[in-house]
Write a new protein. Structure first.
Lengths: 79, 327
């Protein structure tokens, strides 16, 4: 992935819309802006920061948010 | 009294000199006399506290020093001489950029891989399982020199970046600075934690106690932030800092809980577990990634900054763990 695809920023004169959702290889899903994320148990969690990271590895202790735990698990278990 | 009052600007006091140069510099700053040049022979700690003092004129300054001294030619001259020494030392320690495929576009994943492979002594791990309350309080005092101005050094980099990297850095900084809520500013959260632990949350309160390693950490961040030429190193440092924060912050929070220390300080670290899981992705991918897409010639400097962050933390951890008999 080219870095400018990650940011979705305006580069080389092309107009790009900034992505609201970004999949990080081996890591979380970044969501930009205000959202309500519903977890596996149906509990709603409003975002509280400009960009939030949603756990994709399933091992976070602060689900639905990422806490960096994907870095502590074996490669093959990472998203 | 607002909750953010702990970080409201207060008169702050000059540090105690640590050698002949800092002694002359502190006296000359107070008297309004020109600063001396760097002497031919200079002890590292004397040089470090002198540079820290001069750099501080660009942050919040000192009650005893005229604000106008920040750009006094003799101050700038000595600052450049000491910065030159520091930069030469940091570059000499750097083993060079690691080999990886894919060019600058592969930087984010290469950085995460490099950090994962990095094995340094960990203060957070020691705090988690073994540290005494006194050791944790000492560590927090040393950390306060930076945490009370958290994110400030990299804020200087903002106007020096190409558009995409500038927008991305501001997105991260907005969160660091509380997204418009002063009581959520990370520096304010740390100050609140310090006050709850009975520590003095005034900036610089503990500077006379910090070892050379802490001065170097702070001076390196100011060096990278204050020099546009070193913007790549500033952002590389940021990326490595964020990428080594989430999991250690969890350990710090667990250590504080084990010792029954103030909830407010635990809250500071828990905030960083979650915030830095976002920030590490933004810093490596969006910020450094965008910078390198437009200024690929800065690749070496980005790695220099990342290495410096890890290396200076290793040096502090080795120093403290050795002193605590825990190495």
């Amino acid at each position: 992935m080219r870095p400018d695809d990650v940011t979705g920023a305006v580069t080389r004169g092309e107009e790009r819309s900034t992505p609201d959702v970004v999949v990080c290889p081996g890591g979380p899903l970044l969501i930009r802006g205000d959202h309500v994320v519903q977890d596996e148990d149906g509990v709603a969690h409003p975002t509280t920061r400009p960009v939030s990271a949603v756990c994709r590895c399933g091992k976070s202790a602060t689900k639905p948010w990422c806490d960096g735990t994907h870095k502590a698990i074996p490669d093959k278990l990472r998203p | 009294m607002s909750e953010a009052s702990e970080v409201v600007r207060r008169p702050t006091h000059l540090p105690k000199p640590r050698g002949p140069l800092s002694e002359r510099v502190v006296a000359a700053l107070v008297d309004g006399r020109p600063l001396p040049e760097r002497p031919a022979v200079l002890d590292e700690e004397d040089g470090a506290i002198t540079l820290w003092t001069i750099d501080e004129l660009s942050y919040r300054g000192f009650a005893e020093v005229d604000d106008d001294r920040e750009w006094d030619p003799s101050v700038v001259r000595l600052r450049r001489q000491l910065e030159h020494d520091l930069e030469a030392r940091l570059r000499a320690r750097w083993p060079g950029r690691p080999a990886y495929d894919g060019g600058v576009g592969a930087f984010p994943d290469a950085l995460f891989a490099e950090i994962e492979a990095h094995e340094g002594p960990s203060l957070a791990r020691y705090v988690h399982t073994d540290a005494t309350a006194d050791q944790v309080l000492e560590l927090l005092q040393l950390r306060s020199i930076y945490h009370l101005k958290e994110s400030d050094p990299v804020a200087w980099v903002v106007p020096r970046l190409p558009v995409a990297a500038r927008a991305s850095l501001m997105e991260l900084q907005y969160d660091e600075y509380g997204a418009g809520r002063p009581e959520q500013l990370h520096a304010a959260l740390f100050a609140k934690g310090m006050a709850a632990l009975g520590l003095d949350p005034t900036e610089h309160a503990y500077v006379d106690q910090v070892p050379l390693e802490v001065l170097e950490q702070n001076n390196a961040m100011s060096l990278f932030g204050l020099n546009r030429r070193l913007r790549g190193a500033a952002l590389g440092h940021l990326a490595a800092f964020e990428a080594t924060s989430s999991l250690p912050s969890r350990r710090m929070a667990q250590g504080l809980e084990r010792l029954g220390l103030a909830e407010e300080m635990r809250a500071y670290y828990l905030e960083h577990v979650e915030a830095d899981a976002v920030h590490e992705q933004l810093a490596a991918r969006a910020i450094c990634g965008s910078l390198l897409a437009e200024e690929p010639e800065l690749e070496d400097d980005v790695w220099l900054g990342a290495f410096t962050c890890l290396d200076l933390e290793d040096r502090l951890a080795a120093h403290l763990l050795d002193r605590w008999g825990a190495a």
